[in-house]
Design a protein around this ligand. Sequence first.
Ligand code: PDD
Length: 291
Amino acid sequence: MSRNMTPTDQSECYLNGTFQALAQCQVSVLDRGFIFGDGVYEVIPVYGRRVFRADEHLARLARSLGAVGIKNPGQASDWLALVRELIARNEPDDQCVYIQVTRGVARRDHAFPQGVEPTVFMMSFPFPHIPEQKRAEGVACITAPDLRWRNGHIKSISLLGNVLARQLSAENDATETILIRDGLLTEASASNVWVVRNGRLAAPLRDHDKLEGIRVGLLQELCGVVGITLEFRPIAEWELRCADEILLTSATKEVLPVTTLDGQAVSQGEPGPVAAALYKAYQEAKIRQSR
Ligand code: PDD
C-alpha cells in the first residue's frame, strides 16, 4: 500500500457489529484468518461518496463465502447499509471499502469449527488515484509462472501466491506481474489482464484459475457501448508478447494500459486507442452508475 492509501489510526472501521477507530480494532490471534488465511474479502470503489457496482461486489462476496462454506452474516441490503455508514464516517469523497469475513475464532484445528460466528471487518482507505502522467505513459509489467492454487475464482484472503508474484514486479520497478500457466495467460497478481490484437479485445476464459473481476462484466458492457469486439478465449503467452495493446483492470487501477512487458515495448510502447476508449467509457459509467 502506498502512503496515501494507508488508513490513519483514526479512520473509522467496523468490527463485529461496532464502528470504532482503526487503532482500537482488535482480533484474537486465534482468528482463523490469522492462523489459516481462512476467509474471503472484497475491495469496493467509492466515488463522490457513492458506491460503484455495489450489487456486483456484494454478489461476489456472497459467492466467495458460499464457495468456502462460511455463513454469510448478512443480506446484500445489510451489507450495503454498513458500507454506506462506513463511507459516511470517513473523510475522503473517493474511498475504497475493504470487507473481510473470516471463519471466526477457534482452537487451531484445520477442520471447520462448529458453532463459531464469522469475524466481520471493514475499513476504508482513500481511493489511490493513479497520477495522470502515469496513465498517459502506461505502465511496465513483468511475467512469471502462475504458481497459485486452482481456486483463483474465490476472492480468498490466502494471498501468499499473489503476494510473492507482486513482489517480483515491485523488485523490478513494475506495476504488475502477469501470470502464465501452461502457456496461457491467467491474470495478474491483483488485476485482470486484457489483450488487443487487430482491433479486437480478448480476455481469458472465465474459469476457476482466475478471479472474475467486477470490471470483467463491466468492460463487457462498455465494449457494447463503444463498439469494441470482445472475445473470451484462451490467450497464449506468445499472443501477449505480440499484442497491439495490453490492459490491466481492477477496482483501484480502473483501466490501465501496459506499455512495456518484461522490458520490451508493447507495440509502439504507447497506450493504444482501445485502452483510451474504455477508460473514457469507464469514467462515464462511474458517474452514471455509482449510487
Ligand atoms: N484485487 N484478479 C485478482 C487476483 C485480484 O486481486 C483483483 C482485484 C482482480 C480484479 O478484480 P476487480 O475488478 O473486482 O477489482 C483480478 C483487489 C483490488 C485487491 O486485492 O486489492
